[in-house]
Write a protein that binds this ligand. Structure first.
Ligand code: FDA
Length: 585
């Protein structure tokens, strides 16, 4: 018999592993997480935290969401995305990014009760990990995954205690490989991947220096530096990224992937920092430096039997669009409730097949998007005549030429403006972040047609209650207290929810009867005048896409599982049919 038994063993305590553990523990599932290192992220890699991720943290509880905002740089400090010769040098242009443009800000405010923010990974991981451990996850650090074998009843995993070198077995019902871009779990499973690793070379240089004088008047998380060589490798351009305003920074600078990776020592780090900041006297306190490769690879299957992969283990891509840790946490939100339902005997094992069906298309989408964003810096370089050359005089001549009073210069200025505005597909792609619509056995559309996107689906969120889409957020009002409550807050927390209105009482009765019959907890809410929640603004009526006596069945991860546009002749029978199909019973 294995020395340790648990329901779910999670390999990795990065954003994917810690989120999955926190969500499983919150759902009352016995789980264990291991990390080969003695502690969590030691460098602030991921930082852009989007609204959908904040909705996951909100689902974990108001204290978890509040802690994230406490440590984050607020959205107001994120948005003046600058393109320049160097921080001290000439500014070439900028775009308001990450939902800070007034038009985009309105869309953000309308879409979610949460706010995008900048939360370095060194803060996000402890919040998720702490939540996981507090709620019951058994965590073992300095513990390495070695191998696993699965059979009909469970998975036996060999782990190695790195302090003693001793190997031991963990027996679990399920195993989640959240072990990052070099996932051994994915490799041992032999899961199919598409794409290529190592398509570009990059280095991170993390340092402290007070750069307020260059940036405080144009607050941003990203300052893009166009210098000869800045289109080689890397993520499209030289980057000075704010970690903490305005005295901690992370530089991303590329190197030619066909050459050996450079040794980034203190002297080189200082030289790159001076060059990008544009201050030859700059002194930095170097915190860390490392090289990494740009990847373009995604799994087309994220499960084999009782073993799953989540996060970078499944999607490997550059940080462009800031999607990595966000998508990793969202993988956990998709997987955790399904594992919980199966482990508690509320769902059949076939429910777990929906994980790949729902998340593998997202993996492909975000890997493709992030890599495409690197190439989309091209027109900015071209508009300044910087096409791979290192001729600084030619670059300076082109920079000067744009200031002339002639037609060529006017055309050049127009080209620069257009090229910079086009980068909204990287820096303000709200649709990429919010429009995930699932198609799988855990969604029942009953043949209702998917609504088309009436605006660019990468840029704009399109609210709909079409089964598979995330439940739209609007504010409704508590009838007793008058407090405003997001529709998302009425749902989630590891439970299914039925939303209906006046005339929909039969759905409530059906949900109560089926909760008892099927052994699942279904929450119910009636929205209407003098009911528990009141739609004072009419916003709910505008987005719900059902009649007052219709029904929305919402999954624990806020996605609509099924809907009835209006009351049917057999509410209980219809709801039973939907739940049985979705839960594979
Ligand atoms: P991650 O790699 O974080 O964690 C893997 C875990 O598995 C670690 O705990 C590790 O110790 C453990 N592990 C590995 N092998 C093991 C073994 N054999 N045994 C036991 N444990 C093992 N993303 C984003 O959303 N927004 C952003 O703004 C950015 N920005 C950004 C900038 C830069 C410069 C980089 C390099 C990356 C980003 N990212 C990002 C990407 C983000 O950092 C990345 O997507 C997430 O860390 C992925 O989280 P995971 O939990 O999947 O893997």
């Amino acid at each position: 018999m294995a020395e340790i038994e648990t329901d779910v063993l999670i390999v990795g305590t990065g954003p994917a592993g810690s989120a999955t553990a926190a969500l499983l523990a919150s759902a009352g599932v016995n789980c264990m997480a291991i990390n080969r290192y003695r502690w969590l992220a030691n460098s602030p890699r991921a930082h852009i935290t989007n609204q959908r991720t904040m909705e996951v943290l909100r689902d974990l509880g108001p204290e978890v969401e509040a802690e994230a905002y406490l440590h984050a740089s607020a959205q107001e400090l994120m948005g003046e995305n600058v393109f320049c010769e160097s921080l001290a040098g000439e500014e070439i242009g900028r775009m308001q990014s990450w939902g800070t443009h007034p038009l985009s800000k309105a869309e953000h405010l309308l879409s979610s009760p949460t706010f995008m923010n900048d939360l370095p990974q060194t803060f996000m991981e402890p919040i998720l990990f702490n939540t996981a451990c507090k709620r019951g996850t058994q965590a073992r650090m300095s513990t390495e995954y070695v191998s696993h074998e699965q059979d009909d009843a469970g998975v036996t995993t060999i782990c190695r205690d790195r302090l003693s070198g001793r190997e031991f077995e963990v027996r679990s019902r399920y195993l989640v490989g959240a072990d990052g871009g070099r996932s051994m779990v994915a490799e041992h499973l032999g899961l199919p991947f598409e794409g290529q690793m190592g398509v570009g070379g990059s280095m991170n240089i993390v340092f402290r220096a007070d750069l307020s004088r260059y940036v405080a008047h144009r607050p941003s998380v990203l300052y893009w530096v166009m210098q000869p060589g800045s289109d080689v490798g890397g993520i499209g351009m030289g980057l000075v990224r704010m970690v903490r305003p305005w005295n901690e920074w992370l530089i991303v600078w590329g190197y030619d992937i066909n050459e050996p990776a450079p040794e980034v020592d203190e002297a080189m780090a200082r030289q790159v920092a001076r060059q990008l900041v544009g201050d030859p006297e700059l002194e930095i306190e170097l915190l860390s430096a490392n090289t990494w490769t740009v990847n373009n690879m995604y799994a087309t299957r994220m499960q084999k039997g009782r073993v799953f992969i989540a996060g970078d283990a499944a999607h490997r891509h550059p940080p462009s669009n800031g999607l990595g840790s966000n998508t990793s946490i969202q993988d956990g939100f998709n997987l955790a409730w399904k594992l919980a339902a199966v482990i508690k005997g509320q769902a059949g094992e076939a429910l777990l097949d929906s994980y790949t069906a729902e998340r593998a298309p997202v993996a492909k989408q975000i890997v493709t998007r992030a890599n495409q964003s690197i190439g989309e810096f091209g027109p900015i370089f071209e508009s300044l005549g910087m096409t791979g050359g290192v001729d600084t005089d030619a670059v300076q001549r082109n920079m000067d030429a744009r200031c002339n009073d002639d037609e060529a210069a006017a055309n050049q200025r127009e080209a620069i403006r257009k090229a910079i505005a086009f980068k909204k597909y990287e820096f303000d792609a709200h649709g990429v972040e919010m429009n995930q619509r699932y198609r799988s056995g855990a969604i029942l559309t009953d043949g209702q047609a998917e609504p088309a996107f009436d605006r660019d689906a990468e840029l704009h969120y399109h609210p709909t209650t079409w089964p598979g889409a995330r439940l739209p957020h609007v504010w409704v009002f508590d009838h007793e207290t008058g407090a405003k409550v997001s529709t998302l807050d009425l749902c989630g927390r590891s439970r299914f929810t039925v939303l209906t209105g006046i005339g929909g009482e039969a759905w409530v009765a059906a949900a109560e009867a089926l909760s008892a019959e099927m052994g699942i907890k279904i929450r119910t809410h009636l929205i209407g005048p003098r009911r528990a929640y009141v739609d004072h603004t009419g916003d709910w009526a505008r987005v719900s896409e059902i009649a007052d006596d219709g029904c929305l069945l919402v999954r624990p991860d806020h996605h609509v599982a099924w809907r009835a546009p209006a009351m049917t002749g057999d509410a209980e029978g219809d709801l039973r049919r939907a739940l049985s199909a979705i839960l594979a019973r």
